[in-house]
Unconditional design. Structure first.
Length: 186
């Protein structure tokens, strides 16, 4: 079974339509900053890994007209997705029904039961760097079988591999929904 490298990011893009001369065929391409970011992230991801970009954007609090915009970073985004993952319960995946789904940015669990999220600096072949996080998705089926997507933190190098470096994140505190505060470190 092939292991895919996966990336997720939010950014600007547009759709480009190209027609083929002499025919009615039209090809559609999505191009822009976000596609370049994703290509560079995926170029350095390990097989089976899910990278999520360093998101810094505004999202609405709901779909209703009275909603307002809130700032969202990568951790907030993943927390929001995980809270809403219950909508997938009962969906059939690989012949099994989903009973629970949880996604999170990986890191190490500390002695005080807190979790530190690790941020990685990806430097591409052109020397440009961007920050990414490793995403893990745990799916439990109705019969109790786990389906695990992405690499666990223990499967990742602690410092550096092929253009990817684990970096300290003491300048940025990522708040979790739990009572603990997660501070990314190396």
């Amino acid at each position: 079974m092939p292991l895919l490298r996966t990336g997720f990011h939010i950014g600007s893009h547009y759709e480009f339509y190209q027609t083929e001369s002499g025919t009615a065929a039209v090809d559609s391409f999505i191009v822009g900053d976000v596609t370049i970011e994703l290509a560079r992230m995926l170029e350095l991801a390990q097989p089976g890994q899910i990278f999520i970009g360093d998101i810094d954007t505004w999202l609405p609090t709901s779909r209703s007209e009275g909603s307002y915009l809130v700032t969202v970073d990568s951790q907030n985004f993943v927390d929001r997705v995980s809270r809403r993952a219950g909508a997938l319960n009962g969906l059939e995946l690989s012949g099994e029904k989903i009973s629970d789904l949880h996604c999170y940015l990986t890191g190490e669990t500390g002695a005080s039961a807190g979790r530190s999220v690790r941020r990685f600096k990806v430097t591409d072949k052109h020397g440009y760097s961007r920050n990414v996080y490793n995403l893990r998705i745990n799916i439990r089926t109705c019969d109790g079988r786990p389906l695990l997507l992405g690499l666990s933190d223990s499967n990742l190098p602690k410092r550096q591999y092929d253009g990817v470096t684990a970096i300290a994140e003491s300048d940025r505190v990522l708040k979790r929904l739990s009572p603990s505060i997660a501070v990314a470190d190396d």
